[in-house]
Design a protein. Sequence first.
Length: 255
Amino acid sequence: MKTALLQLIKHYWGIALLVFAWQAMVMVSGFNEIVVPSTTMVIQALVAEPLYFLHHSAYTFSAAIGGLMLGIALGLLFASLAWLTPVLDGVITPATLLVRSIPIVAFIPIVIRLAGYGSQTILLVTVMLTFFPCYVFALTGLRSPSKAHQDFFASLGCRPSGLATWRFYWRLALPSAVPNLLTALRLLAPTCVLVALVAEFLMGAQGLGYVMVRARSDLRMDVSWAAAMLATVFSVAFFVAASRLEAHLSKVWRH
């Protein structure tokens, strides 16, 4: 127990320092609570309405996780198609790059026009904005086997052309892409929370993003900051979980 507590302090003392600095700044500066609520007010807001925050947190959590998983799956699927048929790469890459280059606050209204309001639109936005990085990482990984590895597998009857293409894909190309996919997962884990949050902020009727904009309009800044703090916790938790998963699977993969 004592060792676990020491490890917790060692790794997360910076967060405690930021919280302490936040509280000290509010106390010293004398800012109005509408401008910057104190940490105690934010915690009190969370404690006062736990079911309310739990409901909206679950909505954001499901949108972020669902968008992340679908984005990675579609990224791998389209990367595999581009690897198998290079002509598709000339179509998919420019199209996805064009979509990804549009600022999120301009992109979401376009999706709303096409898909309407609702949870499906938030999920669609999250999927589309996590798709491109995964596609790039996966395609790079599929093309990463060295010439020596390709020659060795060719001697076993696995070539990246002809009838042996699928055998080459399953036995060399796809395994070579796994480290890249794990890196994409780690980088996109916190991003998917941000994307879902912004989508909810702009057009949602549920979720932490909606809570933030609704509370701000009611001048309940403690509630708005509480929602933002929960979103931050989700982002950090997603990143830590993805990092540990990457480290564990990378170790297993090497052996």
